[in-house]
Design a protein around this ligand. Structure first.
Ligand code: ASP
Ligand code: MG
Length: 405
């Protein structure tokens, strides 16, 4: 029997009625002749609620304990879901990440999956059970509970699909699929039928919240086809898969945005070998993900280096810079209210002038570009946070990404 892995996000299991709805879908997939593994997120906003309680108690809670706390949200969901499936007359077993054999490193709150011991999963499937796995968590070599970072249940699902050689991984969410822009900002945004891993990676990295970035990396690495679709309808969603000849290669497929960027500028850094290595080494040590980096032309032996980080990483970034800036004798500036807009498209590779059109469109709207970065299928601009929505709208219109017909 083919194995399919399904993942249900927090909204899809946001109450007991919704959990019963999910149970029906899972049983239907089983009745269609599949062996089903379902990964679930915590109910509704419960991860946020748990985090809030932690921060009411401590400004800087120990990360090991945060992981113990946050991992409970997903356990609540799987246990209730198992009960709902039993009510429907099927057999299911719920497993924590640890019980499901999900091994991670020890970076608490942002752990990476290092391997999956599938023995238990396979045994349970072979005994005819539906296997429900608490998303977003694993176990470290020290046998402590770890979590995989916000949105981590996607990664749990894809990693399980890869380890079990599943036919596909269905990601059930509260939207119909991946859109050409956030439909809350652009009402005429179009649902994409399929996109390549490369495009989805760029989209996830530049703000599309439908899938966690790492889950897409995983899917690409192991060639797991993803189907992102709604848990509230039977409509097909968006397939994320390997780019091939038949795939329509739009010059621009989507506009994405982020509103939680912060920009840091190191002033008059000595322009000699090893400086960038020291700065970004210190940031890496604090587990800060650096996004864009720009180094200016050197003047009188010094240069300015600007880079962006996610706002939540700002305190850690400041800690890293404070530790080294004294020694290097440099000061830094912080620009907190930044955002980013990006255009993504696999067809961009072979079309000149796409970036120019983006810059022209932003200029015509009076939006100033502070930083630019590109890849072969993406152009991103850092802009003032207050201008992000307007930028998304004008770019979506300029590249004609809306509904056709
Ligand atoms: N519950 C976790 C979160 O809210 C993980 C997930 O939903 O994937 O980030
Ligand atoms: Mg979630």
């Amino acid at each position: 029997m083919p194995i399919i892995v399904q993942k249900y996000g927090g909204t899809s299991v946001g109450g007991t009625k919704r959990i019963r709805n999910v149970a029906r879908r899972i049983v239907a997939a089983e009745n269609d002749g599949n062996e089903v593994v379902a990964v679930v997120s915590a109910m509704g906003n419960s991860t946020d609620d748990l985090l809030k309680m932690a921060h009411e108690i401590s400004a800087d809670p120990p990360e090991r304990e945060l992981d113990m706390l946050l991992s409970t949200g997903e356990r609540v969901s799987v246990a209730l879901l198992a009960m709902a499936i039993h009510e429907l007359g099927s057999t299911a077993i719920s497993l924590s990440g640890n019980q499901a054999g999900i091994q991670t490193n020890t970076v608490h709150t942002k752990a990476r999956i290092t391997g999956i011991e599938t023995r238990r999963l396979i045994e349970e499937l072979e005994s005819g059970k539906i296997v429900l796995v608490a998303g977003f968590q694993g176990v470290s070599p020290e046998e402590d509970v770890t979590t995989l970072g916000r949105g981590g249940s996607d990664t749990t699902a894809v990693a399980l699909a890869a380890a079990l050689a599943a036919r596909e991984c269905e990601i059930y969410t509260d939207v119909d699929g991946v859109y050409s822009a956030d439909p809350r900002i652009v009402p005429g945004a179009r649902k994409l039928d399929e996109i390549s891993y490369g495009e989805m990676l760029e989209m996830a990295a530049t703000g599309a919240a439908v899938l966690m970035l790492r889950s897409v990396e995983y899917a690409q690495k192991y060639g797991v086809p993803l189907h992102v679709r709604s848990s509230f309808s039977d409509k097909p969603g968006t397939w994320v898969r390997k780019e091939d000849e038949d795939m329509e290669k739009a010059v621009v497929s989507a506009v994405t945005h982020k509103t939680d960027e912060s920009k840091l500028t190191l002033l008059r850094v000595p322009d000699r070998p090893g400086v960038a290595a020291t700065v970004f080494g210190a940031l890496a040590e604090q587990n800060v993900n650096v996004d864009m980096i720009i180094q200016n032309v050197s003047e009188q032996g010094t240069t300015d280096i600007s880079f962006t980080v996610n706002q939540p990483d700002l305190p850690a970034a400041q800690k890293a810079l404070d530790a080294i800036s004294g020694d290097m004798g440099v000061a830094y500036l912080i620009g907190e209210q930044m955002g980013k807009v990006s255009i993504i498209g696999a067809g961009m590779k072979s079309y000149p002038g796409v970036a120019a059109k983006m810059f022209r469109t932003l200029a015509d709207a009076g939006i100033n570009i502070e930083m630019i970065s590109t890849s072969s299928i993406k152009v991103s601009c850092v802009i003032e946070r207050a201008k992000v929505e307007q930028a998304v709208k004008v770019l979506h219109a300029a590249f004609n990404l809306g509904q056709t017909g």
